[in-house]
Design a protein around this ligand. Structure first.
Ligand SMILES: *[C@@H]1O[C@H](CO)[C@@H](O)[C@H](O)[C@H]1NC(C)=O
Ligand SMILES: *[C@@H]1O[C@H](CO)[C@@H](O)[C@H](O)[C@H]1NC(C)=O
Ligand SMILES: *[C@@H]1O[C@H](CO)[C@@H](O)[C@H](O)[C@H]1NC(C)=O
Ligand SMILES: *[C@@H]1O[C@H](CO)[C@@H](O)[C@H](O)[C@H]1NC(C)=O
Length: 410
């Protein structure tokens, strides 16, 4: 083990990421208010929600103005009662990790919000229209478990557009593949939590504690991405375990690198792969910005010492948690700027930052088992404030992706 030639900027970050087991502090969460005063408070906080419905849902189907920034806006309670866009019961492909209602979550308001960009509306998600545009094509989500959630969300959003006996899901690790036969369209997930190769690439048996990233190796993964029509990448939480990360470049020698430095190198490797492999004429590329975490409630509620547990409505902006690293954001921005091939950044960090209410919390599983009631009674130890319930926030990421794929002339 050699000492680092590193960038020593220490990230003010979650040392306990993915092992959100070790969050200390005395449990004292949000004080509950009666439902009447709650609805008054809500009315004050989100006046737009209660203003009369101005638009007809069908009108949301228009082509988006290029000048509209889809990432600046606010969450409004949907006036048309069209949220959630699917339910836990209507989507047979949801995994138990994400079905918060079925796992015992008592509140469901988190499913009813719609993201409203300031100067336009997101187009209405039309499953058949998207499947039609994916005819004879592959859409692939590449990344970590957050990316897998987005893939699951997309499958749920799309599956209603495919006939019952003509759709199926199969596993081909590290891929999961949903096929809509009538359209010959496949919607795939590819597990690659660091994008580049690492010792965590096994789809189910991956080490969390002893991470080792091969910063200049991507060929093994890349072979499986060749020719894919639409690719959506992400990579974040797995990097953010400690300020340093063990990595190799070229040789087998392991060095410790500052995380932002290592991340930049990995993206360079990725960029080289993109430039040498992708044909921008018929392939489209997207990169998801980091998905925020809500591990410390003092960040949005001074004096408290909990986490996302018991949170039932969004933060009214402005808010940016310390879990969302601007160093990493900068690395992504620089990598995309330098590319000769266009990769569209879907900057979902800010809009998701508001959604402290959207996480799976204690209504999830851990190592394949639902949390027990004893575990549930210790939210400061067991709440998962990284992953999101479905239906939920990742559906909005896909509505934005939909807007880019179908509705935006850019
Ligand atoms: C969470 O909310 C419930 C009521 O909804 C309350 O009984 C409980 O004390 C709260 N838990 C914490 C840790 O604040
Ligand atoms: C079905 O889609 C795949 C890509 O996913 C494509 O390679 C193949 O040619 C398509 N089949 C037909 C019959 O068009
Ligand atoms: C790197 O690996 C060594 C040896 O396994 C370990 O002692 C060290 O803590 C690791 N460093 C990081 C940042 O994980
Ligand atoms: C993404 O959005 C956030 C705030 O909304 C901003 O701070 C950040 O610079 C943006 N990232 C990029 C790469 O543009």
């Amino acid at each position: 083990m050699k000492s680092p030639p590193t960038d020593r900027r220490v990230l003010t970050l979650f040392p306990f990421i993915l092992a959100s087991v070790l969050i200390f502090g005395i449990t004292r969460l949000v004080t509950e208010t009666s439902s009447a005063s709650w609805s008054r408070a809500l009315r004050r906080s989100f006046p737009a929600i209660f203003s009369s419905a101005r638009r007809n849902a069908a009108e949301l189907d228009h082509v988006l103005d290029r000048r509209c920034n889809l990432f600046e806006g606010k969450w409004v309670l949907d006036e048309h009662n069209s949220r959630p866009l699917y339910t836990e019961d209507s989507c047979p492909y949801l995994t138990r990790q994400l079905t918060c209602q079925r796992n015992g979550r008592p509140d469901s308001l988190y499913q009813k919000w719609r993201w409203k960009p300031h100067s336009c509306d997101l187009p209405r998600f039309d499953a058949v229209k998207l499947l039609e545009s994916l005819r004879n094509k592959r859409l692939m989500f590449i990344g970590d478990s957050i990316q897998r959630t987005q893939w699951e969300s997309m499958v749920c959003l799309l599956q209603s557009g495919a006939a019952d006996n003509k759709k199926y899901l199969h596993k081909d690790p590290p891929r999961k593949i949903f096929v809509a036969e009538e359209f010959n369209a496949s919607i795939e997930f590819y597990w690659a939590p660091f994008i580049v190769e690492s010792n965590s690439d096994h789809a189910t048996k991956h080490t969390v504690q002893k991470r080792l990233v091969h910063l200049d190796s991507i060929a093994k993964h890349g072979r499986n991405w060749k020719g894919v029509d639409v690719m959506v990448f992400n990579s974040y939480v797995w990097w953010m375990y400690k300020p340093l990360i063990n990595a190799t470049i070229g040789t087998l020698d392991i060095w410790q690198y500052g995380v932002p430095t290592a991340y930049r190198m990995a993206l360079q490797t990725w960029a080289k792969w993109i430039e040498s492999t992708v044909n921008p004429q018929n392939q489209k590329l997207f990169f998801m910005s980091s998905s925020p975490t809500h591990l410390w409630s003092w960040e949005w509620k001074a004096g408290s010492s909990g986490n996302c547990f018991n949170e039932t409505y969004p933060i009214e902006g402005p808010y940016w948690g310390t879990g969302s690293s601007l160093d990493i954001m900068g690395a992504v921005r620089d990598a995309l700027r330098g590319l000769k091939v266009k990769v569209t950044l879907l900057n979902i960090t800010q809009l998701s930052e508001f959604r402290k209410d959207g996480h799976t919390s204690v209504y999830t599983e851990r190592r394949g088992k639902l949390l027990t009631s004893e575990q549930r009674s210790e939210p400061n130890v067991y709440a998962d404030c990284i992953h999101w319930c479905l239906p939920g926030v990742p559906d909005t990421w896909n509505e934005i992706l939909y807007a880019h794929l179908l509705n935006r002339k850019s």
